[in-house]
Design a protein around this ligand. Structure first.
Ligand code: BES
Ligand code: ZN
Length: 747
């Protein structure tokens, strides 16, 4: 098999060209290939000439397009096909014998093309669409015009061996790449500075499509994972603005990051919710029509939106795309007034001087009583007596049970810090189940961020977490679990003597939903419950719940003998793998050997990824080193190595030494792409001392290269943030009392 990947700037390595997105041209491609292979390019074949063992394949001339979207793929493929309602032929190509696994993606693609045609009010512009599964592929997927390439894990879905989360990945990645056929391919960014127009939009639109196809996945609630990742990266001083100056081709790779994708998608969502979905869609359709077959800049999009809505879109949005960071909005009640104050939120706690035009939304005691306004100045206050339909004007905040939530449904890209009174009331509203899942998510996530920035004690975050003990919503629990992992890691450094109690508290916290879900899938249960089960049980196993660990290993033993057993559905396999690795040590290696056996036997990429992702969680440093060396062996594809590098706290030092010892090799093997940055962040970011930050800095001082420069700075900043957090936790005098009380509290 052979396949091209040109984005961002490698078309020039294949043929001479003006290799910049604004230099569009038509392409007439011909390939000379061995006669037995399938040969694909952007356009359909017009002619094939056989000459002995060689065939020459000519393709129809393409419409005008950018060079980075040109592609060819050849290989021994199987395929399946279907037609859209317009008669466009859509095919999924994959390695021989895997075609059945392409059915799900094919179905999503056909429906999505129809959907985008309606949404953008322009049909898909090429006569065919091929989607190809590539067994070794650096990115997740690539939107080449008419010939989209994917990792196998992002395109293939196996009824028996794929998890619900794998299914969701396939749907969203397909929806993302197909969104590019309009946003990116038909209308292309003028220059890489506007990359976010491509990636932020495709990300946002992929949620729109997925929501329409699978409403039961509540994908807009899951969108909060995008926002929160964007907020996490953009809370660093070493972040960058959405619109970033690009002067050299080597600077492009590293802006394919959470700022372009996730912050980009989030500010689009914020704008859509400010302007309203109908107006927003009309404007997008007219933007696509106006710039079809051409290029556009961020300002061009704002101008169209401004025309359609009559709102000052450019002014509003410039504050979000031209400066890095975002605000924390502090809210307090004072004399019948709500006072709002914005300042730049930084995890390192040194307030920046950014200022934004913040679309504030709030609701008071009910989702029917809302108020919106633009916070333009540094501070503003709102007379609570102005609230229509809300009893706050009669002094209802004096009543127990009254609450105010800012950033309703978390559509705004900012954090909110409430005064103690308001925070207490929200906590009550969560317990009383008055709040939507998105708002429950937001309150927790903001509190966690404030805590990490040392603006709030850990004790108060832990107490807030208690309010979620009856939580059952996937996205909220999933974030609660992520946060608990991080707290446990930091506590291991800050207060090792309390760690056991903190873990016990987390086990108590997850007990209720875990018991509700149990180990076995229920007939007809929801997609979200299937995803949640795996995450919850993995958390119990991670925090040392012995019954869960034993049960996981029991099921694993059955699975070893029978790979089709119903006892270990794909949704909970990772739980078992992690439990197995917890018991592995140099003197008891059988679990590790068994996992390697499964890894070697399966030809399913998702299964391989699941195993790789579990191996390094082993607490034994010698085994961790073995795993890390295995990752560099020929048995692990370069695309997958990074999954094996995610070590636990106990493997941290081993991983760092391993990275140093193997840096030359790693740098040579992965150095020319964007994957190298992930080795740096995975190994460096978990540390939490200033000394370690210095050590890492010293090591890389003589090994600097532009492709890792930004990631290295960001990872070091994270280490310093962790170090500061550790100190602040050590200074919390009441923490031990709170932790002990929580650990022994039974629900
Ligand atoms: N255009 C990108 C692929 C890409 C990424 C090319 C980095 C060059 C450098 C593609 O549309 C994309 O965004 N792929 C994502 C998957 C997507 C669903 C988030 C990826 O590769 O992770
Ligand atoms: Zn993309």
């Amino acid at each position: 098999m052979a396949v091209t990947q040109f984005e961002p700037a490698d078309a020039r390595r294949c043929f001479p060209c003006w290799d910049e997105p604004a230099c569009k041209a038509t392409f007439k491609i011909a390939l000379e290939v061995p006669s037995e292979v399938v040969a694909l390019s952007n356009m359909p074949v017009v002619e094939e000439k056989l000459n002995g063992n060689i065939k020459t394949v000519h393709y129809q001339e393409s419409p005008i397009m950018s060079t980075y979207l040109v592609a060819v793929a050849i290989g021994l493929f199987d395929y399946i096909e279907d037609l859209t309602s317009d008669g466009i032929k859509v095919r999924v190509y994959c390695q021989v014998s895997k075609a059945n696994q392409g059915k799900f993606a094919l179905d999503v693609a056909v429906k999505t093309l129809d959907l985008y045609k309606k949404y953008f009010a322009v049909p898909y512009s090429l006569p065919k669409l091929d989607m190809v599964a590539i067994p070794d592929f650096a990115a997740g997927a690539m939107e080449n015009y008419g010939l989209v390439t994917y990792r196998e894990t992002a395109l293939l879905y196996d009824e028996k061996h794929s998890a619900a989360s794998n299914k969701q990945t396939v749907a969203t990645v397909v929806a993302h790449e197909l969104a590019h056929q309009w946003f990116g391919n038909l209308v292309t960014m003028e220059w890489w500075t506007h990359l976010w127009l491509n990636e932020g939009f495709a990300t946002w639109v992929s949620y729109l499509a997925t929501d329409s196809l699978f409403p039961e996945w509540k994908i807009w609630t899951q969108f909060l994972d995008e926002s929160t990742e964007g907020l996490r990266l953009d809370g660093l001083a070493e972040s960058h603005p959405i619109e970033v100056e690009i002067n050299h081709a080597c600077e492009i790779d590293e802006i394919f990051d959470a700022i372009s994708y996730r912050k980009g998608a989030s500010v689009i969502r914020m704008l859509q919710s400010y302007l309203g979905p109908e107006c927003f869609q009309r404007a997008l359709a007219s933007y696509i029509k106006k710039y079809a077959c051409s290029n556009a800049k961020t300002e061009d999009l704002w101008a169209v939106l401004e025309d359609e809505s009559g709102e000052p879109v450019s002014k509003l949005m410039n504050s979000w795309t031209k400066q890095k960071g975002y605000p924390v909005v502090t809210v307090r009640v004072k004399d019948q007034k709500l006072e709002f104050d914005q300042s730049q939120f930084l995890l390192s706690d040194s307030h920046g001087d950014g200022q934004w035009i913040v679309p504030i939304t709030l609701c008071c005691c009910s989702y029917d009583a809302r108020k919106n306004f633009l916070l333009q100045a540094k501070s503003e206050s709102l007379d609570t007596r102005e609230f229509l339909g809300c009893s706050i004007s009669q002094g209802c905040l004096k009543e127990t049970g009254a609450w105010i939530k800012i950033n309703v449904d978390q559509t705004g890209f900012y954090r909110v810090k409430y005064d103690d009174e308001l925070a207490g009331r929200l906590r009550y509203a969560i317990e009383a189940k008055f709040l939507s899942a998105t708002d429950r998510f937001g309150i927790l996530d903001d509190s966690y961020a404030l805590c990490m920035a040392c603006q709030q004690p850990l004790a108060s975050l832990l107490s807030l977490m208690c309010a979620y003990r009856e939580e059952l919503e996937y996205t909220v629990l999933s974030n609660l679990i992520t946060i608990s992992y991080k707290i446990a890691r930091i506590a291991a450094d800050a207060t090792p003597e309390l760690l056991g109690y903190i873990e016990q508290f987390f086990i108590n916290l997850f007990q209720y939903p875990a018991e509700k879900l149990g180990w076995d899938p229920k007939q007809g249960e929801s997609h979200l419950d299937a995803m949640l089960r795996g995450e919850l049980l993995a958390a119990l196993v991670h925090f040392g719940h012995d019954i869960a660990q034993d049960e996981a290993r029991r099921r694993f033993d059955v699975f070893l003998d029978d790979r089709h057993t119903a006892l270990l559905s794909p949704d909970i396999r990772r739980v078992a793998y992690v439990a197995v690795m917890q018991n592995v040590s140099s003197s008891s290696r059988s679990g590790y050997e068994s996992l390697l056996k499964i890894y070697r036997e399966t030809d399913q990429s998702q299964e391989k990824t699941r195993i790789l992702g579990s191996l390094a969680s082993c607490p034994d440093p010698d085994i961790v080193l073995e795993v890390l060396n295995f990752v560099l062996s020929s048995e692990v594809r370069s695309q997958d190595a990074i999954f094996g590098v995610h070590v636990g706290t106990k493997g941290r030092e081993t991983a760092w030494k391993w990275l140093k010892d193997n840096w030359d090799h790693i740098s040579k093997t992965w150095g020319s792409g964007f994957l190298i940055t992930q080795f740096v962040s995975a190994v460096v970011s978990p540390f939490s001392s200033y000394e370690k930050a210095k050590e890492v800095e010293d090591f890389f001082a003589s090994r600097a290269k532009p492709s890792i420069a930004r990631t290295l700075k960001q990872s070091l900043e994270r280490v310093n943030i962790n170090a500061k957090w550790v100190q602040s936790i050590q200074n919390e005098r009441h923490l031990p009392d709170v932790v002990l009380e929580l650990a022994y509290r039974k629900y």
